[in-house]
Design a protein around this ligand. Structure first.
Ligand SMILES: [Zn+2]
Length: 467
């Protein structure tokens, strides 16, 4: 409650504004007032005497030891009461809070709603209580907090602690009366809120992978702006930031270091010898990289509740190996052929338009002889087949829209490995580069003959599609 003697110090328009907002309401006449007749400022009880000269029909007096009865003009008895529930509603609106305003402690404390502040959702409270009520406030907050911690606005800073889940702000420090109503200094509040490591983990979406799944059952495909996850026939595509790989508190570089390493793993087919890490970035030190790997493990663990180890350190070979499968987005990621040449590849257009890629690779096969129980290991060659859609391969925008290099591949397959196009045909040159990138093999998969003026594939091409 504010008395006239306080309010008279304010700019007139400020009082009017607060009344208009409903935050201040005109209250009953004051029952006590300070004496302004003798200069001693003593505090006296008001008494009323009837008076026909006044519109109220009565007149207010106080008793002064020096001046006797002193008349108090009506205006000095005016008071304004703070309507806390109106203030709560105005604050909630000013902060764009969601939810409804609730009175959680009668006449004393309000839950204003919630919003994302400094990286996570927090409940916001307003307490209009004198100090000494901390225990009741903490108790009420504890009962109505739906977030891990919250924000508490007070009109008087609490003396004792006990509000550990709440960050306390003096309303006067963070709220201003602007031309359009109340404004709340959200930047100041966000800066003061606790920002621990756990905040980031809070924002991370964990994927609903089947319970008991192990890392080897998971495939990751980290693309530039999306991370695809495959597990037991299901797949998800998520924003790396939602997956917890970008740290929005840091502008660039450091924050998404984990994701860069994940993509580096994809490029290196899931295996990073320290030697290669040093080649890529000579400044990298082994202990620094170990820390980054440990960060990456943590982030992967938050995203996927899979059992076992996600990235293994092989001390003998000084290399990190992913225990999950990892591949570059839009890449075939085929095993290298045993002879390291394009001749070992076979590409077929299936009847349904999918692309089958076969590669001859050496495999070690163990056989156990039933009679003697002896095991024999023998290397043999087999063709491994993988199938892809042209969209998966990055050769088509969607089912019906082939990119020029995708068109060139399909034409090549349908023509049995020959293409009558110019030597500087951009689409063919692009396809050539694309094929080289897929495998990392040296040598051109497509070669142009100056004599026949035809492009010829050095791998086996065919199509099962009837036209
Ligand atoms: Zn006096």
């Amino acid at each position: 409650m504010f008395c006239f003697d306080e309010v008279r110090e304010w700019p007139q328009e400020r009082l009017e504004h607060l009344v208009k907002l409903g935050i201040l309401q005109v209250g009953p006449f004051a029952e006590k007032v300070t004496c302004d007749a003798c200069g001693k400022g003593h505090w006296e009880q008001v008494r009323w005497e009837s008076s026909v000269r006044d519109t109220l029909g009565k007149r207010a007096y106080i008793q002064c030891m020096e001046e006797g009865p002193v008349h108090v003009p009506e205006i000095r008895l005016w008071q304004w009461i703070v309507d806390a529930s109106a203030m709560a509603k105005r604050l909630a609106a000013a902060m764009d809070l969601s939810g409804t305003v609730e009175e959680v402690l009668a006449g004393m404390m309000w839950k204003l709603g919630r919003r994302r502040l400094a990286g996570r959702f927090r409940d916001v409270f307003l307490a209009m209580a004198a100090s000494g009520e901390e225990a009741r406030i903490a108790d009420a907050a504890g009962r109505s907090l739906t977030t891990r911690d919250g924000v508490l606005f007070v009109v008087q800073l609490p003396k004792q602690d006990g509000l550990d889940r709440l960050t306390v702000f003096d309303v006067a420090q963070v709220v201003e009366l602007g031309a359009d109503g109340l404004t709340v200094d959200l930047d100041y509040i966000e800066d003061a809120l606790p920002r621990d490591r756990a905040i980031k983990e809070d924002r991370i979406r964990s994927l609903p992978v089947p319970e008991g799944i192990t890392w080897p059952e998971i495939t990751l495909e980290p693309g530039e702006s999306s991370l695809r996850v495959f597990a037991r026939g299901q797949s998800w595509e998520i924003d790396p930031e939602d997956a917890g790989f970008a740290d929005s508190r840091r502008k660039t570089g450091e924050g998404d270091k984990s994701y860069q390493i994940l993509r580096f793993f994809a490029l290196r087919r899931g295996r990073l010898p320290m030697e290669e890490v040093k080649v890529k970035d000579p400044k990298t030190r082994a202990d620094g990289f170990r820390k980054q790997i440990s960060n990456l493990r943590k982030r992967l663990g938050n995203l996927l509740a899979a059992e076992g180890e996600s990235i293994r350190w092989d001390a003998d070979e000084e290399a990190y190996t992913c225990c999950f499968k990892i591949r570059r987005a839009g890449y075939m990621n085929l095993p290298l052929p045993s002879d390291g040449s394009w001749m070992s590849y076979q590409i077929i257009e299936r009847g349904d338009g999918r692309i089958a890629v076969g590669v001859k690779a050496n495999r070690l096969r163990r056989t156990k002889e039933a009679r003697t129980g002896e095991t024999n290991a023998a290397e043999h060659q087999e063709t491994l087949w993988h199938e892809y859609s042209l969209v998966d391969l990055g050769l088509a925008r969607d089912v019906d829209r082939l990119l020029p290099e995708g068109r060139a591949l399909v034409d090549l397959l349908q023509a049995g490995g020959r293409l009558a196009r110019r030597g500087d045909d951009i689409a063919v040159l692009k396809l050539n580069q694309w094929l080289r990138d897929q495998t990392g093999l040296a040598g051109d998969p497509l070669q142009f003959s100056e004599t026949t003026r035809v492009w010829a594939a050095t791998f086996d091409c065919s199509s099962e599609r009837r036209r």
